[in-house]
Design a protein around this ligand. Structure first.
Ligand code: GLY
Length: 371
């Protein structure tokens, strides 16, 4: 599969590289080492990804210009996505003798890549880094586009920077063992991407997920249909890379990638307070459906578009029903970090593949949903 590039019009900022096996990545690390004597590699993993670090360390061991200097395991839980975890990572880098030539490789899901990317961005004012995302969510969203950061005071991703990884290595092998719920969480971001820019892939992704849901043996289905899934992941990565290339710092078009997210963040906040277990992707799929209803009720979309989407989501096994009241969501949304002058940039949908940004107060949006 062809590499995908994120550029700012002048220079390539980041490269998305596709490979069949985890060990294929070491060749890319060798290229990153370039003409330097050796690439001092520091690998960040979480409890789900230690096994990949072993494969990488072994494969890197045979490369003359890559030296594995250490491996550090973080706790990839939303509660641990904090400044204090980042500072612990920084302490480990210092204790391990990392200098400004250090190269950080984060192997894991979105929490791991967000935190490691942030640590790499601030350690000694910024060192080189790259990602090997091991969840579908990270492959199509979190590990592409350079958003890094941590949560603060119950707000998600409140502290962070946008800084592009040197490369993101995407490999289908890691998805074969992904638990079904995690897979569907990532699928929500995959479907979201095609709702923003379709190219025929929205229907394709719904069909793929419906068939996966009906398969007797999930792992066998994913193995047999690996090429189909890889094409969807490649297409989603290309859509996101295109948008980020045109609007890296989210002053316009990139906001479209937040489709469903204003509602999703409010849902996640309510879930945290109630002690409920709702994943990011589940909140995103519920949030997209709320955005679709808002789109129909404001006249942007034809009546019934929201119900059609709901049917698709249910066929695909994506979460559809939000368990919280509109009033509790409104309260959380009013404090959304993206609010400007009391208004939020809601991403509305006229039909799959066509979204618009509409500024609205949270209370007005919720009032319309309550009608
Ligand atoms: N996850 C949305 C973005 O990267 O802009």
């Amino acid at each position: 599969m062809d590499d995908i590039f994120i550029s700012d019009g002048n220079a390539v900022l980041s490269r998305i590289v596709f490979g069949d096996r985890v060990s294929d990545m070491t060749a890319i690390l060798g290229i990153c080492a370039g003409k330097e004597d050796r690439l001092p590699l520091y690998i960040i993993t979480d409890s789900n990804t230690d096994r990949y670090a072993d494969v990488l360390a072994h494969a890197a061991g045979v490369m003359h210009n890559v030296e594995v200097c250490g491996q550090y395991r973080i706790d990839a839980a939303e509660e641990s996505k904090t400044m204090s975890s980042v500072l612990s990572m920084v302490s480990w880098l210092l204790e391990s003798g990392a200098d400004r030539n250090a190269f950080l490789l984060a192997v894991g899901g979105g929490i791991t890549t967000d935190m490691a990317g942030f640590a790499a961005s601030v350690f000694k004012r910024g060192i080189r880094f790259a990602y090997m995302p091991t969840t579908l969510l990270a492959q199509v969203d979190a590990a592409i586009g350079g958003k890094t950061g941590v949560n603060y005071d119950s707000y998600k991703n409140m502290i962070g920077v946008i800084r592009q990884p040197e490369f993101t290595f995407i490999c289908p092998e890691v998805l074969e063992t992904l638990p079904s719920r995690d897979f569907l969480s990532g699928a929500a971001e995959l479907v979201k991407t095609f709702l923003i820019q379709d190219g025929g892939n929205y229907a394709g992704s719904i069909a793929f997920l419906s068939e996966l849901g009906e398969a007797r043996d999930r792992t066998a289905f994913l193995k047999e249909n690996a090429a189909r899934l890889s094409e969807l992941v490649h297409a989603a990565a290309a859509v996101k890379a295109g948008i980020v290339s045109r609007d890296q710092f989210e002053s316009g078009e990139r906001r479209k990638l937040n489709l469903g997210h204003t509602f999703a963040h409010a849902i996640e906040k309510n879930a945290r307070m109630a002690g409920d277990d709702i994943s990011h992707g589940e909140a995103v799929s519920m949030g997209i459906l709320m955005a679709a209803t808002l789109s129909c009720r404001t006249g942007l979309a034809e009546v019934g578009m929201d119900n059609a989407l709901r049917n698709d989501f249910m066929k695909a096994g994506l979460a559809a029903d939000c368990p919280y009241t509109a009033a509790s969501l409104a309260e959380a949304m009013a404090k959304d970090k993206k609010a400007e002058n009391g208004k939020i940039h809601f991403v509305l949908l006229s039909r799959p593949g066509d979204v618009r940004i509409v500024d609205m107060a949270a209370a007005d949006a919720v009032g319309i949903l309550n009608e």
